[in-house]
Design a protein around this ligand. Structure first.
Ligand SMILES: [Zn+2]
Length: 287
């Protein structure tokens, strides 16, 4: 079963595309996820869908229960996650309405739970390639079947928010080599790696970040409308991409993928000092 985490844009749109939907309420040692998990069919594939921001866009990026979300998806049997999220572009050639298959992150978040293992001990996961290589390759392949431009890679700078960047920050993020700015991919991608899941992120470009003076619409209301319009188009493009991916029929759940064996060498704490009850609580992550 493929897990889909819908961010701004995709969150509401994709739930409407699923057939034979059942909802599942899941509890985790890290509290409740953002929403019930919708399990249904997209084409002929079974998917588990979770709306990252919850019903009515309840959670802001800092308060999204990322740990509960990833744990809940793992608990219902998801091993492969495709996430989406709205982003601002830091590069001229990454244009609004286009999609980006993110391959790298710069994590600037500072008030979110970013590990499952605080009570277990010292667990150090490999993160040089934070998104699953084989899954990104399959998404790139599927991208050839849709009309929109899909960039094969991009560095996503994840900021805490909820305010957007100042112009000086936006220029700095460009100087760091960032392609995109967003608020939700971290610690989600890190937690997916800790949960030994394959994770890929499809970023939906809504507009250029403020490094670029806006030359089009100057009326604030109309500008917001323009950005929402871009996001709606990007959302349709993302749904087309996910459908094309699932129609390929290739196995997205290869147990041989290195993502699935992350914890084999990551636990540095000696097994005889690990709290057995804590280890038991986290059992789904080790599966
Ligand atoms: Zn993988």
């Amino acid at each position: 079963m493929i897990g889909i985490i819908g961010g701004t844009g995709l969150g509401d749109a994709l739930a409407g595309c699923l057939a034979d939907v059942q909802t599942q309420t899941v509890n985790t040692p890290f509290g409740k996820p953002s929403d019930v998990i919708h399990i249904g069919k997209l084409g002929s594939n079974k998917v588990a869908f979770l709306n990252r921001h919850g019903p009515g866009h309840r959670f802001n990026p800092s308060s999204v229960p990322y740990a509960a979300n990833i744990f809940a998806l793992k608990k219902v049997g998801v091993k492969t996650v495709i996430a989406s999220g709205a982003v601002g572009s830091l590069r001229q050639d990454y244009e609004p309405k286009q999609l980006v298959l993110v391959d790298q992150f710069i994590d600037k978040t500072f008030r979110r739970q970013n590990t499952f293992f605080d009570k277990l001990g010292a667990v150090h996961c490999e993160l040089a390639q934070p998104c699953c290589g084989p899954l990104r390759k399959q998404l790139s392949h599927a991208a050839k079947k849709i009309k929109t431009k899909v960039h094969p890679d991009g560095t996503y700078v994840c900021m805490e928010g909820p305010q957007f960047s100042s112009r000086a920050e936006s220029m700095m993020h460009r100087g760091w080599g960032g392609s995109l700015i967003g608020m939700t991919a971290m610690p989600e991608a890190k937690l997916a790696r800790e949960a030994q899941m394959c994770y890929a992120l499809v970023a939906l470009v809504s507009d250029y970040d403020c490094w670029q003076e806006h030359h089009g619409q100057t009326d604030k209301q109309l500008l917001i409308k323009e950005i929402i319009g871009n996001l709606n188009t990007a959302t349709e493009n993302a749904i087309a991409l996910i459908k094309a991916l699932l129609e390929q029929g290739s196995d997205l759940c290869d147990d041989g993928c290195p993502c699935r064996k992350t914890l084999e060498l990551a636990v540095w704490t000696k097994s005889d000092v690990i709290n057995a009850r804590e280890r038991q609580k986290l059992a789904p992550l080790f599966e």
